[in-house]
Write a protein that binds this ligand. Structure first.
Ligand code: AMP
Length: 173
């Protein structure tokens, strides 16, 4: 299945800016069988982690996280970019190539000691995932790990996540 998954991912050169090869996952979503198998595999990882909630990272992470949460019959929590969540939030700022970004979560989205797993489409430099982990830990969550569809190994995003277990369905060396 990894080969089919890899073949479905579309490389878009120079998007959203010059020098970036964007990994477009929309062909996975558009293929019912492949999307379902992708969710099977992410759900297996989430089940094994014994997480009681799935955390989806803005924005493509929501698609995968929501489907996994539904598959396991557990809750899903969105970690969003600044200014999108309506209730009381906790925020963490993190560095981008130029400037900084802020991610937010509702402060009542998880309770102290609750075991959670993070899901995103892709791990690149790890900045976004590391900020999400910090945010969840500030709320007292027990972060079991991060599961992604794609990991860009050459950007070494895992380094920013210390010893957190990271599982990717596909790696690009
Ligand atoms: P990072 O914080 O560098 O790990 O970036 C991760 C976030 O940016 C993920 O939520 C991805 O959706 C997105 N992203 C970063 N690089 C790419 C890429 N080459 N192709 C597709 N999405 C990317």
């Amino acid at each position: 299945m990894s080969d089919t998954l890899r073949a479905a991912i579309r490389d878009v050169v120079d998007f959203p800016k010059k020098g970036i090869v964007f990994k477009d996952i929309t062909p996975i979503l558009a293929d019912g069988k492949l999307f379902s198998e992708t969710i099977d595999r992410l759900a297996e990882i989430a089940r094994a982690s014994e997480a009681k909630k799935v955390i989806g990272i803005d924005a493509r992470g929501f698609i995968f996280a929501a489907a996994v949460a539904d598959r396991l019959g557990i809750g899903m929590v969105p970690v969003r970019k600044k200014g999108k969540l309506p209730w009381k939030t906790r925020q963490v700022a993190y560095a981008l190539e130029y400037g900084e970004a802020i991610v937010e979560v509702h402060e009542d989205a998880v309770h102290a000691g609750e075991r959670v797993i993070l899901i995103d489409d892709l791990l690149a430099t790890g900045g976004t995932a590391a900020a999400a982990v910090t945010l969840l830990r500030e709320l007292g969550a027990d972060v079991a790990g991060l599961a992604v569809v794609i990991e860009l190994d050459f950007l070494d995003g895992r380094k920013k996540l210390d010893s957190l277990p990271v599982t990717a369905l596909i790696n690009y060396p």
